[in-house]
Write a protein that binds this ligand. Sequence first.
Ligand SMILES: Cc1cc2nc3c(=O)[nH]c(=O)nc-3n(C[C@H](O)[C@H](O)[C@H](O)COP(=O)(O)O)c2cc1C
Ligand code: SF4
Ligand code: SF4
Ligand code: FES
Length: 620
Amino acid sequence: MERLSSPAELEKARKSIVSKRDAKKPCITVCSGTGCHAFGCEKVSTAFQNEIKRLGLEEKVDVRTTGCHGFCERGPLVVIRPRDIFYQRVSADDAAEIISETVLKNNVIDRLLYADPNTGKKIVHEHEVPFYAGQKRLVFGNNGYIDPSSIEDYLAVGGYAALGKVLSGIKPEAVIEEIKKSGLRGRGGGGFPTGIKWESCRNAPSPDGVRYIICNADEGDPGAYMDRSLLEGNPHSVLEGMLIGAYAIGGHEGYVYVRHEYPLAVKNVRLAIKQAEEYGLLGKNILGSGFDFSIRINRGGGAFICGESSALMASLEGKVGEPRAKYIHTVEKGLWEKPTTLNNVETWANVPLIINHGADWYTKTGTANSKGTKIFSLVGKVNNTGLVEVPMGITLKEIIYDIGGGIPGGKKFKAVQTGGPSGGVIPDSLINLPVDFDELTKSGSMMGSGGMIVMDEDNCMVDIAKYFIGFLEGESCGKCVPCREGLKRMREILDGISEGRGKEGDIDLLERLSTTLTDGALCALGSTAPNPVLSTIRYFRDEYEAHIKEKRCPAGVCKELITYQIIKEKCPGCGLCIKSCPAEAITSGGKKQPVILDQEKCIKCGACYDVCKLGAVKVS
Ligand SMILES: Cc1cc2nc3c(=O)[nH]c(=O)nc-3n(C[C@H](O)[C@H](O)[C@H](O)COP(=O)(O)O)c2cc1C
Ligand code: SF4
Ligand code: SF4
Ligand code: FES
């Protein structure tokens, strides 16, 4: 491919690519995101390719490996386009049948269809699967359609048109105005208005004119993987956003700081950079406009704190990844003391959409102060887990019940934890809460980068707080005392409460320590760390009190406070629990007699409780 030397040439190249494609030609898309890789998608796509070759159908049927569709738990996913037939848990052995039945004869294979867990109804089309039907996939939508290793695929769906538009004569200040008008707020945690950040960076003095652009792809929140899926599945959309941002702030060098544990994302971004350079979309004199911009990849050091803006910049400079006080903002003095604009992966991927469709279009989605969509990582005690992109303002109930399919096993919804490890829990009484930056903060939680962990009646709120505080304690960089010591003390108090050593006054002490952290910590890791504790105390104080005063864990989770017992009347002595007990704590009580559980030997693993279908094991 020759370098494109103008926006007009870009449009010509796009038309040429599209003209060679037949929109009606069957295309077997095989998801090749990390989740589907874990389920063996490579073998599936190879099986399709081999079968098509064997049948001589190369000209009639396409096979395309795509990015993550979000519904990873059902992988490997295969969607036959353009009919949109959705097959899940596909294996290599299914390939020949899918081609002979579905591609060639238009017959649907019933066993590969998704069945609604609540109604049992089989669903044929991807867009009708409840997990997808309630979503609004503006940023994530192309993931399931394009091959991330093909720049032609990205161009065919309108890729780099926003860059072409900007370089056709829109002034940098006007680009910033459009982003400001769109109301776009950062998707990486703080929700800071993106346009204002860009404006401050553009206006910050830089004697040698150097300004940097950074894409934050460190994504350290446990269970979150939306940034990974975007980078893996649609890397050019992120690069295009960065290019537009660089043009707007007057920057010529950019970095993608990507989590070390994301090899596929690194591979796909590296390839995307190379392709964009070959096309003249990155490098010198982009599209003949005189604008230069290059992007390098930096792999993260594996520490959660390196996702924090100033720690990330220190790490990029080769220093220890520790935050610094930000009385001087990074937009003024960031990377190597130069004005720097740092945005999250998802934030960057929103930018081409806004430029292409306009701020007025963008602001039609969302709430008063939170515009557009947000991608959440929906996990935990919910039937459908995965990545969901929803309009801001959607209620928690819609996400958990309509998209997520509700709570498995008919259990009761108890709470949802949002915002990553420093987020808070939101109880069932607030299930109708509209999800946006401000409402989540008001409820004592936060948007964070988009983690959403659903909990049912079997989750103990003291245990939850203990888990997150333990995580943050381990990830604290240790630079400042309130965070380093405060988190340790908080975890010790929570350990004590969950182990039956809780004392009168512990809740007060936790609250006081929380204030010290919020007021005194240097960075947001420390200042927001009390959220899991404060929100669980706010909504589930009775659970804390049961642990402290009655030495009882109402959810039956805290090992030191519970015992497993056999309900004799319910136990016919089937012996299933005997086989499952790793401590040999259960023995036969004789033929058709209840089993006997030895409390001395029991390690409280809960295996007998889980395995007994007759409800003959109780936790008390
Ligand atoms: C401890 C800590 C970890 C963070 N990790 C990330 C991260 O992995 N990815 C991210 O985009 N932002 C992360 N942030 C937020 C960044 O500091 C920064 O606000 C964000 O990247 C700015 O981009 P945005 O305006 O597009 O959201 C983290 C913040 C803290 C305090
Ligand atoms: S608040 Fe914690 S993570 Fe942040 S600088 Fe201080 S010690 Fe480090
Ligand atoms: S809780 Fe675990 S260790 Fe205890 S009796 Fe049941 S299976 Fe055995
Ligand atoms: S990796 Fe295939 S759906 Fe997520």
